[in-house]
Design a protein around this ligand. Structure first.
Ligand SMILES: [Zn+2]
Ligand SMILES: [Zn+2]
Length: 148
């Protein structure tokens, strides 16, 4: 969703609350990540004494494939993010809103991508597949002789 924030930037004390969903197909196109359902986004943008702050929460569920045993599973994530919004492009640490516009979908995608784990395991101690016979060692040990 794109927000027009001219009045929030102009008027101290002004605020806006929002709650919406980002379509999972749109997210897949942008990230290559298969979301299990639409991502719920909820938060607020507040101008407190001239400083415009965005706080929001994302609820996401992702269809993962375990890196070790290749099983498919769904994991739910809940993220909280905070940003200071500015209109001055010289501030690197802040989110810049050109023409007072904020593309929150784009920002949420960037924020979430930084939070997802790089290694996906169905569980911490996933035993994976046997390199020889391909059996899922989480279900039962196989009869292959181990080389080590
Ligand atoms: Zn696994
Ligand atoms: Zn085996």
């Amino acid at each position: 969703m794109t927000f027009q924030l001219k009045s929030i930037f102009s008027i101290p004390g002004e605020s806006k609350e929002f709650e919406y969903e980002i379509d999972k197909n749109k997210l897949f196109q942008r990230t290559g990540i298969v979301f299990h359902s639409d991502v719920k986004v909820k938060g607020s943008i507040v101008n407190r004494a001239g400083v415009v702050k965005l706080c929001y929460h994302c609820d996401a569920a992702v269809d993962h494939v375990c890196d070790r045993c290749l099983c498919e599973f769904v994991r739910e994530y809940g993220f909280d993010f905070e940003h200071i919004l500015v209109t001055d492009t010289k501030c690197d640490d802040y989110v810049v809103c050109n023409d007072f516009e904020l593309d929150l979908d784009e920002l949420a995608v960037c924020d979430m991508l930084l939070e997802f784990p790089t290694k996906i395991l169905c569980k911490e101690d996933c035993k994976g597949l046997c390199a020889k016979c391909g059996a899922d060692l989480n279900k039962s040990p196989c009869s292959c002789v181990r080389d080590n």
